[in-house]
Design a protein around this ligand. Sequence first.
Ligand SMILES: Nc1ncnc2c1ncn2[C@@H]1O[C@H](COP(=O)(O)OS(=O)(=O)O)[C@@H](OP(=O)(O)O)[C@H]1O
Length: 402
Amino acid sequence: MRCKVVMACLSVSIAITLVTFGGGMISTNYPALLRIYRQPQSERTQGPNPALGLKWNEITEVERKDAARQTCSPHSQSEHNGFKTGDSIETILGRINSTDPNWTKKVDNCYTYDGKQSPIPERLLEKRQCQKRLPVAIVIGVKKGGTGTLSRFLGLHPVISITREMPFPGKQVNASSITKWIQLMRFSSPFQLTMTESPGFFHSHLTLVFQSFLSSSVKFFVILRDPVDRAISEYLHYVAHSNAPKDRPFDVIYKNVRIQETFEKTILEPGGDIVVSKFTWLGLYIIHIQKLLNLYERDQFMFIDGDAFAKDPYPTMSKVEEFLGLPKFYKRSHFVKSKTKGFFCAQVPERPDFGCMIPSKGRPHPNVSEDVLRKLQDFYRPYNKALRDQLGLNFSWIYKKK
Ligand SMILES: Nc1ncnc2c1ncn2[C@@H]1O[C@H](COP(=O)(O)OS(=O)(=O)O)[C@@H](OP(=O)(O)O)[C@H]1O
């Protein structure tokens, strides 16, 4: 672990050097990275970073201070944090007696679920030792990959107490922001794993400084969908949330990102090349994953095929149980395909509080021109291939031809 911390320090310094001083010495086979790092210094320090939706100076400031102070701190974890990371996954699961026919009720006893979920009265919360705790596992991405549905389905398992997408409080990871973060969590019993969903962590530079605050055995879920579809999905999300007119052409900036009335126009430069923008950058999955693997062990990650999950979530949910070592709970009958949208909804008798996802999940995608689809596929191919070659991921969409 110490070695990982040292590597983290090195990778943070290298990242800062590249971002701050021009990055001429970067050596990689990935063409898109070069285009970003070769952006003139004047543009980097002033305008927003098109790839991350952050200002360059925000990144360097946050990283420089936090990485130096936190990741490279010579103190031990407990001295440094000021609070304990809590019980490990193994310790929590060791308390469960899954041979008891009532195990699910005994484990999931901080909330009631009659139609909607509500915490039990305060007196009982205390008696049952229901508390807000630091997450032991996190759904960290990727945005528009299916993180919301995955989290919903995870939260149906009695052993998992998951807090749905909750922005991290503040731009700095420190004892005070982590304490605030814990307060945003759902209650969990001593038999439950506290989890959360933060799709931004996948690509956020803040993730680099999280390590010293989380348990060393923290687990991460990363759901990866065909990056071409992911880009279209995020574009539609931005259009829906911006105040762009619905009935005429537009060219607007929303959250530091330029969007126009068609995906094609938004994604291409006037010369016809792919713009390395927020929409395309996130789909370079291997780049973000390599950064995370400098900090955490490979076996701390479960990488999920987002396309396969959308088509049939049950096999994935069974694998999640194996990955975390949970007692078997999910059944095939818990997942039912909606006739209207074609996506799966939950049907768990003990959890009538949740059925299908909200309408904004699973938006119809527009027809995108063959030419643009082909350009995007060419753009992503080396990065997709690296997922297979470097991580052994065998996802359906890696081989897909449109
Ligand atoms: N069961 C079910 N119901 C609805 N939607 C489903 C489901 N399974 C996977 N998906 C896919 O999830 C996509 C949204 O991804 P996220 O939840 O990660 O989006 S977000 O980043 O939290 O906004 C969403 O993307 P779009 O179809 O582009 O809207 C879906 O393809």
